[in-house]
Design a protein around this ligand. Structure first.
Ligand SMILES: Nc1nc2c(c(=O)[nH]1)N[C@H]1C(S)=C(S)[C@@H](COP(=O)(O)O)O[C@H]1N2
Ligand SMILES: [Mo]
Length: 427
């Protein structure tokens, strides 16, 4: 029998949740179960019709019709951080390949993915301050521009957020909101050149077909852009394939931008419009504190006024150990390997330590296969005796900047490029 007590324990899908989402606030951290806070609108979309008694559904109840449905679309071994919107990261040891398999490319969604991802009817509009506004199908892109394939790394600006203290709100990414796939598409630069960039253009604005969590069609989940000089670099692609296959629905099918070296939030998925502007873009997640950091060093926990935030541009130097896995038991000799990347710069040096940073040894470091790719590295390690060790990896970029040991705190938990540590039991 439902007593008062029981009643208060049953939380409903409430107005406050929807309000939070409407405000575009990132939802609370942590690993929550499938559909734990899914709003009515999404559940309705997922079951394909409205749910008349939906307000009575306890939070966390999965509509029986959806039981067992795969929210990650066949992704392999990813950790689900949030289901509404879907956010999932890849454990470092699953990122061991030089080219990340599609099934292991992380997912970062700010809204609800589009229902229609038909490549045959998809169009991309180029407008704003251009001489020739264009509407291009994917076939037009393939026919009118040089099609290129490049290995390009994408990293979410919030990767590593979970290690901030005091904690920062938002998805609690650890290490795995990064990937390097092989993208096929046309250069953004070539398309913009054909459109004819007018002399007053300073910024791009990217639009996608995903919809806002609130269900409000006048709101966008995310629309970011880059300065025109960045847009005209030749490693930014309008991509229609990853690893030789059509884009995965969660990674922006059938068309997306791939912007290496900058926060991957600039890499609009489900791309349907690029507008050229004579002012800095002010779309969703461009303003306020989203993808912005204080313009100065701040102390942990400090309140920073919104006007003191600046847009994140280049991502900092960083690396990952992808073998062995954290917690592995291994023999006295092993290869240690991983990747390193440095925003628009290159990684010049990768050192590892097995003695908590007292001494360092250089790893063998490959050049990037092309500009915008991560760099692979490996080292042979001999441990002096059995016991517990940590492998630490530290990359240095071509400007001499090294990964730090401690985090430079910022309120939203962006740009954490501290060294990756992997604990090993050696016997
Ligand atoms: N349309 C659209 N594009 C988007 C996003 C989004 O929510 N909607 N998220 C951005 C963010 S914040 C990141 S980190 C990358 C993630 O790309 P992925 O999901 O393919 O890994 O996509 C970017 N592009
Ligand atoms: Mo992101």
């Amino acid at each position: 029998m439902a007593t008062d007590n029981n009643n208060t324990e049953i939380q409903r899908v409430d107005a406050e949740d929807l309000a939070n989402e409407t405000m575009g606030r990132e939802e609370n951290p942590g690993r929550r179960g499938f559909l734990k806070r899914t709003g009515l609108a999404t559940m309705a979309a997922m079951v394909g019709t409205n749910i008349p008694f939906g307000a009575n559904m306890p939070v966390g109840m999965v509509p029986a019709a959806l039981a067992g449905q795969d929210v990650l679309g066949g992704k392999d071994g990813l950790t689900l951080l949030n289901d509404r919107p879907v956010n999932a990261e890849t454990p470092p040891e699953l990122l061991d390949d030089a080219i990340t398999p599609i099934s292991r490319h992380f997912i970062r969604n700010n809204g609800i993915i589009p229902e229609d991802m038909n490549p045959d009817t998809w169009t991309l509009t180029i407008d704003g301050f251009v001489d020739n506004p264009m509407e291009l199908s994917i076939a037009d892109l393939r026919e009118q521009f040089e099609v290129v394939t490049m290995a390009l790394a994408l990293e979410c600006g919030g990767n590593g957020r979970s290690f901030f203290d005091p904690p920062a709100r938002g998805n609690q990414w650890t290490y795995g909101a990064v990937a390097c796939s092989e993208w096929t598409g046309v250069r953004l630069k070539d398309v913009l050149e054909k459109a004819g960039v007018q002399s007053n253009v300073i910024y791009t604005a990217h639009y996608g077909a995903d919809t806002h969590l609130s269900g409000d069609p006048t709101k966008l989940p995310l629309s970011r852009g880059v300065p025109i000089a960045k847009a005209m670099t030749d490693n930014i692609l309008i991509a229609f394939e990853m690893n030789g296959e059509p884009l995965h629905p969660m990674n922006g099918a059938p068309l997306r931008l791939v912007v290496p070296g900058w926060p991957a939030s600039t890499a609009q998925k489900w791309l349907n419009r690029i507008q050229l502007r004579d002012v800095v873009h002010d779309g969703a997640k461009m303003t306020g504190k989203a993808y912005r950091v204080p313009n100065r060093k701040v102390s942990p926990g400090e309140e920073v006024a919104t006007e003191d935030f600046v847009i994140i541009e280049r991502m900092p130097v960083k690396s990952l150990v992808t073998f062995p896995a954290n917690g592995a038991e291994i023999g006295m000799e092993t290869e240690v390997r991983g990747h390193a990347w440095a925003g628009d710069r290159t990684v010049e040096k990768l050192d590892i330590s097995i003695d908590f940073g007292a001494t360092w040894q250089p790893a063998e470091l490959d050049a990037p296969v092309n500009s915008g790719a991560w760099q692979n590295w490996r080292a042979s390690v001999s441990f002096p005796q059995a016991g517990y060790y940590e492998v630490w990896a530290r990359a240095t970029d071509n400007d001499g900047v090294m990964q730090p040991f401690a985090i430079d705190w910022n309120p939203k938990g962006y740009l954490n490029n501290t060294m990756h540590r992997v604990g090993l039991r050696v016997s």
